[in-house]
Design a protein around this ligand. Structure first.
Ligand SMILES: [Zn+2]
Length: 297
């Protein structure tokens, strides 16, 4: 199949197989940032670049995932998961009362919306030059914020925060997307992660939203928000959470549970039958034989 990323990068990939799960278990499975790249490397067909988009890869060459934007990496994983099996089990505790819903539900990745990268973002990927934004900060000063996209090579840095500061990942991602901030009256711009983070925390919600919107527009985006309602009658809180790209997403757990729960859930079983791998032999990577969904993008 051909995968298309928000940047326009297109490459040949195969669906994940049981052999991939084995090598994922060998890799560190709690390091979700690196797992994302590992899973892409497994599914990418060698010499499979169809259209390099803004990247310097050669047509018919290989993708170097460290040089690809984080949103392209996430989208590519979602597309490969969609072709491997579009129904992702979702079973998450309520953020208010902590109660786990009675039934596991399935998120259908065929409903996913992907937004393409902007011209400005493509230019940034080509040149590596950050984009400028003028914003008013919390002290009323007109500041210049230079915004960049996060790439596969940045994921090692981000994953260092994964364990200690899981709940602050959105802030960390936003701060990591700022190359520098020029504040009038200051002799030099803010450039280090710590300085920018300290400054970021003083700013208004509007300031944060403006930067995040800019980054989303530049790299393009994929909406993985899951909306669900707590089934505890005294709580009943509706909530929005990002779809976790965890072990279940990569097929490591939940496969057998799915069989047990199928009768009681509203899952259309036909599509599961078609895409569940039957043989435990990993197929060689040079067989670009898509079982379903040929050029879905
Ligand atoms: Zn609840």
């Amino acid at each position: 199949m051909i995968i298309t990323c928000p940047s326009g990068l297109q490459f040949h990939a195969r669906t994940w197989n049981l052999g991939d799960q084995g090598s994922l278990i060998e890799a560190s499975i709690d390091d979700s940032q690196n797992v994302a790249i590992r899973m892409l490397e497994l599914a990418t067909i060698p010499n499979g670049v169809v259209d390099p988009g803004p990247y310097s890869f050669k047509e018919g060459g290989n993708v170097s995932w460290g040089d690809v934007t984080q949103v392209d990496i996430t989208t590519a994983n979602l597309e490969i998961r969609k072709a491997s099996n579009p129904l992702v089990p979702f079973h998450q505790a309520c953020t208010r009362c902590g109660k786990l819903p009675e039934d596991q539900v399935y998120i259908d990745l065929r409903d996913l919306e992907v937004y393409p990268a902007s011209e400005e973002g493509l230019n940034h990927i080509r040149t590596n030059v950050p984009a400028n934004m003028s914003l008013i900060d919390s002290q009323g000063r007109s500041v210049t914020v230079k915004v960049k996209l996060l790439f596969g090579r940045d994921m090692a840095f981000l994953s260092r925060f994964q364990e200690q500061e899981q709940s602050r990942m959105l802030e960390i991602q936003a701060v990591a997307s700022i190359a520098s901030i020029e504040v009038p009256g200051e002799s030099s711009p803010l450039t280090t992660f710590q300085d920018i983070r300290e400054y970021w925390r003083q700013q208004s919600w509007e300031f944060g939203e403006a930067v995040e919107e800019k980054v989303d527009g530049m790299g393009g985006s994929v909406d993985t928000t899951v909306v669900f309602r707590c089934d505890d009658l005294s709580c009943h809180r509706e909530q929005e959470v990002p779809l976790p790209l965890d072990e279940k997403f990569y097929g490591l757990s939940g496969r057998h549970k799915r069989r047990r729960l199928r009768a009681s859930s509203a899952t259309p079983s036909a599509s599961i039958e078609k895409t569940t791998p039957e043989v435990s032999l990993p197929s060689p990577p040079d067989t670009p034989k898509p079982p379903i969904l040929t050029s879905e993008a």
